[in-house]
Write a protein that binds this ligand. Sequence first.
Ligand code: SF4
Length: 358
Amino acid sequence: MKAQEAGDPSHYKILSAVEIERLRKDLRVWYDSSRRDLPWRRTHDPYAIWISEIMLQQTRVAAVIPYYERFLERFPDFHALANTHDSELLSYWAGLGYYYRARNLQRAAQQMRDAGSFPSTYGDIRRLPGIGEYTAAAIASIAFNLPHAVVDGNVFRVLSRIFNDPTNIASVNARKHFSAIADKLLDREQPGVFNQAVMELGATLCLPKNPQCLLCPVSSICRARRSGRENDLPVKITAQKNVREERVLFWVESGGKVLVWQRPPESRLMPGFWELPEREHLPGISIHRKLGSFRHGITFHNYRFEIVEATVPDELGRCRWIHIEELGTIPMSTVLKKASRMVAQSRTRHLKLDGEVG
Ligand code: SF4
């Protein structure tokens, strides 16, 4: 199918007013009977819905559930979140990744504490740190029943199929284009239910590959289904290439302690987390031997980290010593976790070999 740049969204008129009404009703009925039972769907508390929406950014539903439950138990409202210590907050977030989300949550909670309440208009929600158009629309519609349509990759896919729309979803104007269509389709009486139903359809039936059209509540309306093009949509043409990068990390150990450094609070990536040093942190360091390597992917970067044992330097710079047994008590980056696990495993292997030889 030929890609098309985002253009006039008025082709939502492809569906008649009667079909649009039927689509809203069919989605609502299907969502009421078939939705997954997720913990954040059992509440109308804007705070809890907000936490779930932030956790669900870039993270799968199944992975979020235990974090969400633990987080809400420890921080049941914005007062608790606003007043917690930085390292405790990060320990409840560790493993979810994209740690700037946790920082923004706390900054937003502090604003709520100072204001005395959770904001209740789209504009005020949107102004909170870490909240974009999608999240603001989700919270406004689900928690406050305000008429704002959510638009993300799921919605791009569902709408491009229902309307048989070949707009390139990676194009600059795709969001504006699909937002305009989503806004026309939105059920203004139950915007929260409508938004969640579209998202649920994208997550469970209108899947990126092999959409389950036979089970779909809107298959009789869907134009891509009608023309047999459901597997050709959405159109996505991206120029983005994966970047490969090799990095060397130093494992410097002495007396049961290892050298680590902490990312500053203003760091865009994982502020406050601890890492193994690299050459820039210990310029004069001497390498002793290679301990191993592993791969780690962050967005479009494919890293290969080589861990080398190095001798204790004269100057520690920004690095600090920490007992190896205490590593688990500080906010560790995933790279540091993988590296320390790899070093521990390589030691166990050596011990076993020594035992066998002996
Ligand atoms: S009929 Fe198929 S392609 Fe169309 S919305 Fe439903 S699942 Fe998606």
